[in-house]
Design a protein around this ligand. Structure first.
Ligand SMILES: Nc1ncnc2c1ncn2[C@@H]1O[C@H](COP(=O)(O)OP(=O)(O)O)[C@@H](O)[C@H]1O
Ligand SMILES: CC(=O)OP(=O)(O)O
Ligand SMILES: [Mg+2]
Length: 380
């Protein structure tokens, strides 16, 4: 009997899944090491979170390889599927991770420093642990490769576009999963105009028409668009010029924008939405205000790109669990047909809208999208 393992190294967690190989893979075990840092937790689906002490991505991976043994129950891991955040302009489909492909992906590490090095480290670890298995890379950027030119470019001299300075967009595996749910359960919505808000530790929004991405708030790197746990979101490039003129170097600026900004930087308290919502510190309230303001602003932009919207979907850790944030995003949005069904929202039900535009909460499942791609490769 054979199995598929999926590994999804995010900026604050490593999520994993074990599946029985089948055209629609059968889930055997799912879990995550979350809150990476001094107080990381291992959480298996259906179980309570267990403190595992300090863990970075490497420790998390080690713990995961240990935790999956009972679920494998003697099954051989035939394929390991990896979330690879940046596929650059070359990769629009899942790829077998040969040495040639990996060499290309290493050149993109600088564009996604919170993810790409960890994604690739997981590949090397899996190659070692499961030498007989095929490694498949599934790219966050792939879902957006069909963007129209105006949404794929910056207004820089053309040669930069040719060199790959483009608006790639990310969270594509999540959008792919949400789109597959719409196709299955909400076929009319699938054919229509939908905005998906993936609000996790990283956050972005995507405009989807007929199942195809036509716009994303994220751009060249996973810094652009919405503010995130520790990332700044959209920033006037003049700020960077100013900081450089003040004597800050590239590494220092990178650290500022990726690690010390966003909710953490604005609140000076935490990157974690739960902590901020529980706090009565005015700085926490201001950070949340800014977060909501930017989501609402981008919602307007996405609706304009689509020429109106038929549905809004919330997903990601915050999108799935923070009813207060969803309520504030929907407030006063009647001009887009959006209204909140307060009881349904408070209970995080699937349908939380009370207006003409459908509003859904759909738990995303990047692991399943990865597992499907591995199954396709194994069964081809
Ligand atoms: N009940 C909750 N209320 C508010 N925010 C939550 C809740 N549960 C999780 N979150 C937020 O979700 C974030 C993690 O989202 P997730 O999508 O799992 O992260 P990642 O981007 O690492 O994949 C946490 O930083 C936390 O702020
Ligand atoms: C691309 C990105 O920001 O991913 P995550 O939300 O997992 O950090
Ligand atoms: Mg994530």
């Amino acid at each position: 009997m054979s199995a598929i393992l999926t590994l999804n190294a995010g900026s604050s967690s490593v999520k994993f899944g074990v599946y029985q190989v089948a055209e629609e893979p059968v889930l055997l075990l799912k879990g995550q090491v979350e809150n990476l840092g001094p107080l990381a937790r291992m959480k298996l689906q259906g179980g309570a979170a267990e403190e595992i002490g300090p863990a970075d991505h490497a420790v998390a991976l080690h713990e995961i390889l240990h935790a999956i043994q009972p679920a494998l129950d003697g099954r051989v891991v035939m394929g390991v599927g990896h979330r690879i955040v940046h596929g650059g302009k070359s990769f629009g489909e899942p790829e077998v991770l040969t040495e040639r492909v990996l060499a290309k992906l290493r050149t993109l590490e600088q564009l996604a420093p919170l993810h790409q090095p960890h994604n690739l480290a997981a590949v090397y670890a899996a190659q070692k642990e499961f030498p007989e298995s095929v490694q498949i890379g599934c790219f966050d950027t792939a879902f957006h490769r069909g963007h129209p030119f105006v949404n794929d470019t910056f207004a820089l001299p053309r040669k930069y576009y040719e060199h790959g300075v483009r608006r790639y967009g990310f969270h594509g595996l999540s959008y792919d999963y949400i789109t597959s749910c719409l196709r299955h359960d909400w076929p009319d919505l699938y054919k229509g105009r939908v905005v998906v808000a993936h609000l996790g530790n990283g956050a972005s929004m995507c405009a989807i028409r007929g199942g195809q991405s036509v716009g994303s708030t994220m751009g060249f790197s996973a810094l652009d668009g919405l503010p995130m746990g520790t990332r700044c979101g959209q920033l006037d490039p003049g700020v960077l010029l100013y900081l450089m003129a003040q004597g800050m170097g590239a590494d220092e600026i990178s650290n500022l924008l990726y690690h010390d900004s966003g909710l953490k930087g604005l609140s000076e308290i935490s990157h974690d939405m739960r902590t901020l919502l529980d706090s009565d510190d005015p700085r926490a309230a201001q950070a949340v205000d800014y977060y909501v303001f930017r989501i609402r602003r981008e919602l307007g932009a996405m609706a304009a790109i689509l020429g109106g919207i038929d549905g809004l979907v919330f997903c990601g850790g915050i999108g799935e669990h923070a009813a207060a944030i969803r309520a504030r995003v929907l407030e006063g949005m009647e001009f887009l047909g959006l209204a909140e069904n307060a009881a349904a929202n408070a209970a995080s039900e699937t349908r939380i809208g009370a207006g003409a535009t459908e509003v859904l909460v759909i738990p995303t499942d990047e692991e399943r999208v990865i597992a499907r791609s591995v199954a396709d490769a194994l069964l081809a």
